[in-house]
Design a protein around this ligand. Structure first.
Ligand SMILES: [Zn+2]
Length: 209
């Protein structure tokens, strides 16, 4: 598995470029900004982007999606529970002082237990409402990796004070779905350093019973 993690934009969202080493088919998760840098990584590994997956419709995760679609022709996927948030990108842009990316067109929704494929790579979609209603994590069982969006961070969890956020729901999502994964699973959060499920189970203050 080719996996490049690139912090993009003013909020340094972790964008993942994930490619199959044999077929060179790839998916890009959360291309929030800095599309030229993402395209440089795609060119470096000679990848063909087949899917653009958005973990949730906050501007720092979705802001560059249309530019990446224009450059690669790949469809943009997002859980339908975040379509309403996607219509508020102008407002979100004003909150964080970014330029509005304009309208983002979603090819289709991804829901719990769907799979997203690129070459031989298979990601399972885990719907984890809480940070937003339509937040999803992507789990690569064969590689033992979880792309967690803003649901889980090293030592913390996603904020729930923005529109569509729910503290009760994020705690349920984490206990019922995320902590059900094996301890050795490597977690790539939406921002900040990598961690593991075991480390967070043990020491994340939000996950202690
Ligand atoms: Zn977010």
């Amino acid at each position: 598995m080719i996996h490049e993690i690139l912090p993009v934009g003013p909020l340094q969202c972790n964008c993942s470029v994930i490619g199959d080493e044999t077929s060179h088919e790839a998916m890009v998760i959360d291309p929030g900004d800095d599309i030229q840098d993402i395209l440089a990584l795609i060119a470096k590994h000679n990848l063909q982007v087949k899917q653009i997956v958005i973990t949730h419709a906050h501007i720092d995760h979705v802001g560059g999606a249309m530019k990446l679609r224009a450059a690669t022709g790949a469809p943009i996927l997002l859980n339908q529970n975040d379509y309403a948030l996607l219509k508020m990108l102008d407002m979100q842009a004003a909150w964080v002082g970014m330029a509005s990316p304009g309208k983002v067109e979603i090819e289709h929704s991804v829901a719990q237990a769907d799979t997203v494929k690129a070459g031989s790579l298979v990601a399972q979609v885990i719907h984890t409402p809480g940070h937003t209603e339509g937040s999803v994590c992507l789990y690569f069982p064969a590689e033992g990796k979880l792309i967690a969006g803003d649901t889980l961070f090293a030592g913390s969890i996603g904020r729930t004070d923005l529109p569509g956020g729910s503290f009760d729901k994020i705690i349920d999502s984490l206990h019922e779905k995320v902590l059900a994964l094996p301890d050795e699973t490597v977690v790539v959060p939406g921002h900040g350093p990598l961690t593991t499920i075991g480390e967070e189970r043990e020491s994340n203050p939000f996950l202690q019973k």
